[in-house]
Ligand binder design. Structure first.
Ligand code: FES
Length: 159
C-alpha cells in the first residue's frame, strides 16, 4: 500500500462496507432498513445478541420482511414473511418448508426441508459501536435479487 493509505487495522471498517447506524440504536429498534450504496434495500436485524443483514424484500413476492416475526424452526432462527408466512433463515437466507414423506400415513408426519438459499444475506461488521454492511456481491443469482429494482422500490413502498 502507498504511504498515503494507512494499513487496515482492526479498528477500521472493512473495505466496501457501508455505515448503517450505531449499534445501540439498532439494538433498541431491533431492526432497521437502509438503502445501501444507493442500490440495495437491506434489512439489518438484532436478535439474541447477534446482528444479521439480508435483502429487505422477500424472495417470494417482495414482502416487507422488516415487519416479520422471528421464530425458530428446526433449530434455525428464521424471519417469517408477514405476507405469506415463508420462513427464511437468518444465517444463510435459506427458504424452509415442511414436507410430507408419505401422504398416506396417518397421522401425517412432516419434516423441515430447505429450498436452498433464496434470500441474499449480507455481511455485518461492528467497529467501535458502529455497524457496517458489506454487500454480498456474489454473481450467483439469488431469488430475492428480483425485488431490488427501482420498480419494486416504488411499487412496494406504496403497498
Ligand atoms: Fe413473502 Fe410471499 S412475499 S411469503
Amino acid at each position: 500500500s502507498s504511504p498515503s493509505s494507512p494499513p487496515p487495522s482492526c479498528s477500521s471498517p472493512p473495505p466496501a462496507s457501508h455505515f448503517i447506524g450505531k449499534k445501540e440504536d439498532i439494538v433498541k429498534a431491533g431492526r432497521v432498513t437502509k438503502l445501501v450504496n444507493g442500490c440495495r434495500d437491506v434489512l439489518v436485524l438484532h436478535h439474541q445478541g447477534r446482528l444479521h443483514a439480508m435483502d429487505m424484500r422477500c424472495y417470494h413476492s417482495g414482502g416487507a420482511l422488516q415487519n416479520g416475526d422471528i421464530e425458530e424452526f428446526n433449530g434455525q432462527m428464521c424471519i417469517v414473511c408477514p405476507w405469506h408466512k415463508y420462513k427464511i433463515t437468518l444465517a444463510e437466507g435459506e427458504g424452509l418448508y415442511q414436507a410430507v414423506d408419505d401422504p398416506t400415513a396417518k397421522p401425517l408426519r412432516t419434516y423441515w426441508r430447505s429450498k436452498g438459499v433464496k434470500q441474499r444475506i449480507h455481511k455485518v461488521t461492528e467497529v467501535n459501536g458502529d455497524v457496517y454492511v458489506t454487500l454480498n456481491d456474489s454473481s450467483e443469482a439469488v431469488d430475492s435479487d428480483v425485488y431490488q429494482t427501482e420498480r419494486y422500490r416504488t411499487v412496494l413502498l406504496k403497498a
